[in-house]
Design a protein around this ligand. Structure first.
Ligand code: NCD
Length: 350
């Protein structure tokens, strides 16, 4: 496998492998020197055509902690403003000699198209329109596994897990990727949203239930995943007002009290305080937003490592990561195997 374009690219074994390698990188992140030499000599380009705080910084931090060089492209100040096409822009960046291109775009399908244009570069989808955001879903899976099965390997903790995804599902790439990953691992997913913020068709979505009454599902929910109302995709016109949305679907303190004691709350960020979640709820120990962000670096390290860490990619023969202890073979090896090879020593020049 050369690219990560959507959660459908990963079967259950590969999901486990990414989570296990990410767990190893969580441990690396806790060291005094959180840097490893695994991708020394490789270059990762972050190419974002849409706003981002955590995803871009997270990918760049991940690449740097793997000792890769980072090339950071900003659409707003690029030659796109002079009329250059997307394809020419992308091919220009590839000509600089990059190994991976991490792309975010407001249009669904752009990462898939870009992957077709590029001959030897790995493409990672960092969010395309309302389509997919696979690394965010991987973060959420890792975060859930850490709390439901501390120190555990495998994905048994997902079997029968009741996950409720609340909010702007219609416009959410996070929801699409989450549903795909959670269902593959055996979780029971319920979608809760106003009718206008559900997709026009849910045919083929592997969800157990769809509802509009958040209070009714919270007492039997293990994991709540809150979504922002995506106003930049026009959501504002799908709800009478954000105040009304908050009244029906915001996680207030009273609603949080309906959850079972061991339930947890996720949110991919950015959080709009007072809309999808009350400010005081954000301080509850069950709310894992900060942990999701720190897991983000480890998950993206795992994805970049598994895509680029192999010496057998045609383009990487002369620039491989060999000789420094990192040797995972793409997303190929069985669960746990790559996690063992990721036990690389810290670099001394960090
Ligand atoms: C999400 C995104 O951009 O899709 N955020 C993220 O990547 N952490 C969700 C959002 O913008 O609401």
């Amino acid at each position: 496998m050369r690219h990560l374009l959507g959660m459908g690219d990963l079967d259950a074994d590969e999901l486990v492998e990414v989570l296990d390698v990410a767990d190893a990188f969580v441990e690396v992140g806790q060291r005094a020197n959180p840097k490893v030499p695994a991708l020394r000599g490789r270059t990762v380009a972050t190419v974002f055509f849409e706003s981002s705080t955590r995803t871009r910084v997270s990918f760049e931090t991940a690449a740097k902690r793997l000792s890769a060089d980072v090339l950071s492209f900003s659409a707003g100040t690029s030659s796109l403003n002079k009329g250059e096409s997307l394809r020419d822009t992308i091919e220009t960046i590839e000509s600089m000699g990059i190994d991976a291109l991490v792309i975010r775009h407001a249009a669904a399908g752009v990462p898939v198209q870009v992957a077709r244009w590029l001959s030897s570069t790995c493409v990672v989808n960092a969010g395309d329109g309302a389509h997919e955001h696979p690394t965010q879903a991987l973060i959420d899976l890792l975060t859930i596994r850490q709390v439901r099965d501390p120190g555990g390997k495998g994905v048994g903790c997902f079997a029968g897990l009741a996950v409720t995804i609340v909010g702007d599902i219609r416009h959410s790439r996070v929801a699409r990727s989450q549903v795909c990953g959670l269902a593959r691992l055996g979780a029971r997913v319920t979608l809760v949203a106003p009718a206008t913020l559900l997709p026009p068709s849910l045919e083929g979505w592997p969800v157990e239930a769809i509802g509009h009454d958040l209070d009714a599902v919270l007492p039997t929910t293990d994991v709540v995943s809150l979504l922002r109302v995506q106003e930049e995709r026009g959501s504002g016109t799908y709800v009478p007002s954000l105040r009304e949305y908050a009244h029906g679907y915001g996680l207030t303190a009273a609603r949080a009290a309906l959850l079972p004691p061991d339930a947890v709350v996720l949110h991919p960020g950015p959080v709009i305080r007072g809309v999808e979640v009350a400010p005081e709820v954000l301080d509850l120990p069950a709310v894992l937003v900060r942990r999701q962000v720190s897991n983000g670096v480890a998950v993206r390290m795992a994805v970049l490592f598994l895509l680029l860490g192999s010496g057998d990619r045609p383009s990487s023969g002369s620039r491989g990561a060999g000789g420094d202890g990192a040797s995972a073979g793409g997303l190929g090896p069985g669960p746990g195997e790559a996690a063992r090879t990721v036990e690389v020593s810290a670099v001394d020049d960090a």
